[in-house]
Design a protein around this ligand. Structure first.
Ligand code: ATP
Ligand code: MG
Length: 430
């Protein structure tokens, strides 16, 4: 026997059953994907699917070289043929916009898009934080807002409703203004941080010059007073930025969506302006952010397209499903309606034929495979969770009948082949 090979650290298998240290199942995941499909459709957003590997330059240019994601966490390798540097995507917006620009999708045509799939970041694995994780992202390209900003936020709130977890999530919003406003604030902020340099930790000292806004995002308890008293970007906003922000808040109020204004909310990636928002929970420990997004009006131009006002958000599927699994409602449908039992020579073919007819009528059937005693098969039928067992023995075979056993009530009936469906439906509807 060869040595066992294990999955890569921080990358999880999705199994039919929960594991000790990773409780999400593939069935829960699939039920979630079904909801995502109908949810996005109900808002008129179209799916886009892009490759998982992109040229490294795409992420350097969009996310920013100084961010942790690009600077420290990307899986990057040289393509052996042409030495091109490639990376596994750490997020979805860059790839989505690359595709939109490459295929000229925005020519006279704003786009409402969504994507779903694996992302890769080499960070320290822990509950709710993995090296391969999954996101659903939604992007609205070619809209100035703030109406579309409100639509996206309302759309995310609606998803929490559909999953039964709305009450566990809090919406935080902020405005990052435009480039000039941020530059003025940046100067004031660096000034302020320099005055407090002696108390900053190593991370903050490094970020002070590369990405000072991120210092405000620090989770270090010792630095909270300093961060709270720092110059606030919101105080540097001009008339237009303020108007955009006020209109957004008015729309959210009108839609009945509660929010908390957080002047320190800056988001981890470099490309945001004006509206930023996050949905957080206190149920997942340190991994509190389930969904984050914002406006990125300059990004498409940065990637070689025509300047296009745009906004989007991404949610972490693992974090969301951990919450749904514990507190939400999501119907997981991996139990068969009927477990098909057969015993005696030639009955396996008859069983398969009956199953085919019932599947065509829309039922889900698990057909027992292999020879086992009736008793053993009945035990498996019970364990399968099915409500009904369909039994073909020698006698049924000869008389062209089937025996149906209601596994809940233990009622049993022998019926002719052409009335099976009717009885099944009666039992299912009872
Ligand atoms: P965090 O502050 O938790 O590191 P982030 O700001 O890096 O998150 P984004 O890049 O905005 O996250 O990604 C959007 C969402 O994707 C996050 O809110 C989170 O739910 C999820 N996410 C990000 N990184 C991971 C990860 N390593 N494992 C699992 N989910 C993740
Ligand atoms: Mg992160």
């Amino acid at each position: 026997m060869g040595q066992k090979i294990q999955a890569v650290k921080g990358m999880n298998d999705l199994l039919p059953v929960a594991q000790k240290d990773f409780k999400l199942t593939a069935a829960l995941w699939q039920a979630f994907e079904d909801i995502v499909a109908s949810w996005t459709r109900s808002y008129g957003y179209n799916q886009i699917r892009t490759p998982i590997v992109e040229q490294t330059g795409l992420f350097i240019r969009s996310i920013g070289e100084e961010t942790d994601v690009v600077g420290k966490e990307m899986y990057t390798f040289a393509d052996s043929n042409d030495k091109l540097s490639l990376s596994l995507r750490p997020e979805g917006t860059a790839s989505c916009l690359r595709a939109v620009v490459e295929h000229n999708l925005l020519y006279n045509n704003p786009q409402k898009l969504w994507y779903m799939g694996p992302m890769f970041r080499r960070e320290n694995p822990q509950k709710g934080r993995y090296r391969q994780f999954h996101q659903v992202g939604v992007e609205a390209l070619g809209f100035e807002g703030p109406d579309v900003d409100a639509e996206l936020i309302a759309m995310s709130a609606d998803l929490w409703n559909r999953l039964g977890i709305r009450q566990y999530l809090t919406l935080e919003i902020n405005s990052l203004g435009n480039q000039d406003e941020r530059a003025a604030h940046r100067t004031a902020l660096i000034n302020y941080l320099q005055q407090h340099e002696d108390i900053l930790d190593e991370d903050c000292k490094r970020r002070m010059h590369t990405n000072p806004l991120r210092v405000l995002d620090t989770k270090n308890p010792a630095l909270q007073t300093m961060a709270n008293a720092a110059p606030r970007l919101i105080d540097f906003l001009g008339e237009e930025s303020i108007a955009h922000y006020q209109s957004l808040k008015k729309l959210l109020n009108g839609l009945g969506i509660d929010y908390v204004e957080n002047p320190r909310l800056v988001r981890g990636l470099d490309y945001y302006n004006l509206t930023v928002f996050e949905w957080t929970t206190d149920k997942l420990g340190a991994q509190a952010t389930v969904c984050g997004g914002g406006r990125y009006n300059g990004l498409i131009e940065e990637l070689g397209g025509k300047a296009t006002p745009s906004i989007g958000f991404a949610l972490g599927i693992e974090r969301l499903l951990l919450l749904v699994q514990e507190f939400g409602q999501l119907t997981v449908n991996n139990v068969p309606d009927i477990y098909v039992i057969h015993w005696g020579a030639g009955t396996n073919l008859t069983a398969m034929q009956h199953a085919a007819v019932l599947r065509a009528a829309g039922l889900n059937l698990y057909v027992h495979c292999g020879d086992q005693s009736l008793k053993a098969q009945l035990r498996k039928a019970d364990a399968s969770g099915a409500t009904i067992a369909l039994i073909i023995g020698q006698e049924e075979q000869i008389n062209n009948t089937v025996t149906l056993k209601n596994l809940r009530t233990h009622e049993q009936q022998n019926v002719s082949a052409d009335t099976v469906l009717k009885l099944i439906q009666d039992w299912k509807n009872a």
